[in-house]
Design a protein around this ligand. Structure first.
Ligand SMILES: NC(=O)c1ccc[n+]([C@@H]2O[C@H](COP(=O)([O-])OP(=O)(O)OC[C@H]3O[C@@H](n4cnc5c(N)ncnc54)[C@H](O)[C@@H]3O)[C@@H](O)[C@H]2O)c1
Ligand SMILES: CCCCC[C@H](O)/C=C/C=C\C=C\C=C\[C@@H](O)[C@@H](O)CCCC(=O)O
Length: 257
């Protein structure tokens, strides 16, 4: 699928990986709705992006992915402004083992909300024109990360949900592809103040930092390369693409059948 003139929604679009995905989409000729809780930075960024890529290419909409109503309203506003939705990147996520219910609501339930509301606009069976939904998990969605069990659970949930949605779409004819990216550590503000974010597991912060040293740190552009591959390659559906500094690989999952 070529990205030129496509319409995309990116959650958590103002910082880090979401910002890089947004910039990549704009560079490839797409229009992007930036959804984020950070209104001041979001409006400033959008002004800059419209200067760089052309007036009206980027639209900031304040949205907390914990709120189904805010997701519905902002996706609707995207459709009214740009004329449809072809691509959704459910990227917003947090690390906080202390306020763990918020982490579940943001990382897992936020992805499910964004997927279901996106489908209301994209599903070919209900008048949409199809497209691709790409969710942001983590390498902690493939194997356990001992210092953050709830974060691990949310990311395993995102991987399982995305794979099941890919299979459901193929079986049902939604015309939407569903894929998930599983990065190792990425150079963003997300990695700041790790011990505070680990709550009752803060005593495992040294082990987490050791794992960062062992695995190394990705740049955001290494993640956007994965995004581009999954968005443009029409053969990719239900895939989990793992990326770490040594390379990228499609995850293989055990089957008991
Ligand atoms: N940085 C890493 O090492 C790393 C590794 C693997 C996966 N990830 C995942 O990638 C995604 C993005 O992480 P990042 O490193 O860019 O983080 P980041 O903290 O740099 O940026 C996150 C963005 O999401 C926004 N956001 C947070 N909560 C939100 C909410 N409830 N609703 C809407 N927007 C919200 C923030 O305002 C911010 O703009 C997350 O899902 C994270 O779990 C990050
Ligand atoms: C504390 C920082 C959290 C960052 C989360 C972010 O999503 C990045 C994750 C990066 C890598 C995750 C790797 C997980 C690996 C596990 O599968 C396991 O193999 C590691 C076990 C390590 C151990 O100490 O036993």
């Amino acid at each position: 699928m070529a990205l030129n003139n496509k319409i995309a929604v990116v959650t958590g679009a103002v910082m880090g990986i979401g910002r890089a995905v947004t910039e990549t989409l704009l560079q490839h000729g797409a229009k992007v709705a930036l959804l984020d809780v950070n209104e001041i930075a979001g409006k400033n960024l959008t002004e800059t992006l419209n200067q760089q890529h052309g007036t009206g290419k980027a639209l900031f909409l304040k949205c907390d992915v914990q709120s189904e109503q805010e997701i519905k309203d902002t996706f609707q506003k995207t459709v009214e402004t740009f004329g449809g939705i072809d691509i959704v990147c459910n990227n917003a996520g947090i690390l906080n083992e202390e306020t763990w219910e918020k982490a579940v609501s943001t990382n897992l339930m936020g992805v499910i909300r964004g997927t279901y509301v996106g489908m209301e606009h994209m599903n070919k069976l209900t008048g949409g024109r199809g497209g691709v939904i790409i969710n942001m998990a983590s390498m902690a969605g493939i194997g356990p990360f001992p210092s953050c069990p709830v974060y691990t659970a949310t990311k395993h949930g995102v991987v399982g949900f995305t794979r099941a949605m890919g299979a459901a779409s193929e079986a049902s004819g939604y015309g939407i592809r569903f894929n998930v990216i599983c990065p190792s550590f990425v150079q963003t503000d997300f990695l700041a103040n790790i011990p505070e974010k680990l709550g009752r597991f803060s005593h495992l912060a040294d082990a987490a930092h050791k794992l960062v040293d062992t695995l190394g740190i990705l740049s955001v552009s290494e993640v956007t390369e994965c995004f581009l591959e999954l968005a443009t390659d029409e053969s990719k559906n239900g895939e989990a693409l793992v990326v770490f500094p040594k390379g990228k690989t499609y995850a293989k999952f055990p089957s008991v059948l």
